[in-house]
Design a protein. Sequence first.
Length: 96
Amino acid sequence: MFILVSTLMGLIMRKSATLTIQKWGNSLAVRIPTAVARSAHFAEGQEVEVSVDEIGVTVRPVGRRALTLAEKLALFDPDKHGGEVMATSRVGAEAM
């Protein structure tokens, strides 16, 4: 059984799944379900570190994870970034 515990705004969300280890070439593999991957902020192509401990295997992301939209919006400062995003003249056949 795979159990992921993450905190988001003080709430604890648990995502777990019972998975089957499968053969993939000369290796063994486990597919991470979408709900678990989203909770862990995993994305396709992302580097992860796989390590063995006393009770099994741990998968951790390498480096910083990408911020969610909610996290990006929380960091937004209207005083710093307020007003027109692209204060330029029109280009092409844009209506003004």
